[in-house]
Design a protein around this ligand. Structure first.
Ligand SMILES: NC(=O)c1ccc[n+]([C@@H]2O[C@H](COP(=O)([O-])OP(=O)(O)OC[C@H]3O[C@@H](n4cnc5c(N)ncnc54)[C@H](O)[C@@H]3O)[C@@H](O)[C@H]2O)c1
Ligand SMILES: *[C@@H]1O[C@H](CO)[C@@H](O)[C@H](O)[C@H]1NC(C)=O
Length: 264
């Protein structure tokens, strides 16, 4: 019995799709999961470094070029994963984009472009849901463990879902929706034995943030109560592993932010 429980909490052999897996938080998750013995499908844009990463990681990882908003792309990625690794146990949704535009720019006398708002919602919110709804169709085929569990889904929101800053109307709305759908999706999938948990990261040191000048990055880090530094992508990856391993986490969003509450 002890051995069985032990095996259950390891990532060994778990097949995982990580969207946004070629960069930042997704990439750290890919690397950690491969180290822990999982098989990983790196889902990312064709223009990303997904192929290079897969080559670097060897036979435990494959690259599936995709746009999270496309039904065909996701189906192809899932089929590729099944062909290569035989099943799908875990989905980590880490693909996402950020923009910063005010609702109305009074200097330029210009309203926020509707296309920009729509694009962010399309990728962050609809893209996340698109991958979830299609991945579930494969997870339900898994043999259930002692708890009846067949799969785990992890989404990436943001602390902007709760305290969005100036210029973050679209981004905050897109991530707020990810937080809001976590519970109903967990409820929807409870009969299938699939857990759904969302992480709301604070400020992490990824290529997304590297675009900012060093001065701004230092200023941002100082706004974090403790520890007063940007999060390391490995710390995000560590939480994804903990979520997979802990059978009671479900239907919840976890802030991972060093107590950061973003100011206007
Ligand atoms: N870095 C932070 O401080 C921070 C904070 C809060 C939330 N987040 C969220 O975490 C997630 C990962 O962010 P990151 O910092 O690692 O950024 P990143 O830019 O390093 O990685 C994001 C990845 O998503 C991919 N991607 C973008 N649009 C896509 C699409 N349409 N289809 C498929 N892939 C797509 C990109 O190619 C990239 O590889 C995002 O959802 C982001 O909003 C990041
Ligand atoms: C992904 O698809 C969305 C719309 O479906 C589109 O707006 C976006 O440009 C696409 N991204 C890339 C990089 O092709």
């Amino acid at each position: 019995i002890l051995t069985l429980i032990f095996i259950n909490i390891l990532l060994q052999g778990l097949v995982t799709l990580v969207t946004g897996g070629a960069s930042g938080l997704g990439r750290a998750t890919v690397e950690r999961f491969v180290k822990q013995g999982a098989k990983v499908i790196i889902g990312d844009l064709p223009t990303s470094k997904g192929n290079e990463l897969a080559t670097e990681l060897g036979s435990s990882a494959i690259f599936a070029p995709l746009n999270v908003t496309s039904e065909a792309d996701i189906q192809n990625a899932l089929d590729l994963g099944i062909k290569e690794f035989g099943k799908l146990d875990v989905l980590v949704n880490a693909a996402g984009v950020a923009v910063a535009y005010k609702t109305y720019n009074s200097q330029k006398k210009a309203p926020h472009l509707l296309e920009d708002f729509e694009r962010i919602i399309k990728i962050n919110t609809i893209g996340t849901f698109n991958v979830i709804r299609l991945a579930v169709g494969h997870m339900v085929n898994n043999e259930a463990n002692v708890d009846g569990q067949r799969g785990v889904i992890i989404n990436t929101a943001s602390v902007a879902a709760y305290d969005g800053q100036i210029g973050q109307a679209a981004y905050a709305a897109s991530k707020g929706a990810v937080v809001s759908m976590t519970l109903p999706i967990a409820r929807d999938l409870s009969r299938d034995g699939i857990r759904v948990v969302t992480i709301a990261p604070g400020l992490f040191d990824t290529p997304l943030l590297a675009l900012l000048p060093e001065k701004v990055r230092i200023f941002l880090a100082k706004s974090i109560p403790f520890p007063q530094r940007l999060g390391k992508p490995e710390e995000f990856a560590q939480l994804t592993q903990a979520i997979v391993e802990n059978p009671l986490l479900n239907g919840e969003t976890i802030r991972l932010d060093g107590a950061l509450r973003m100011q206007p």
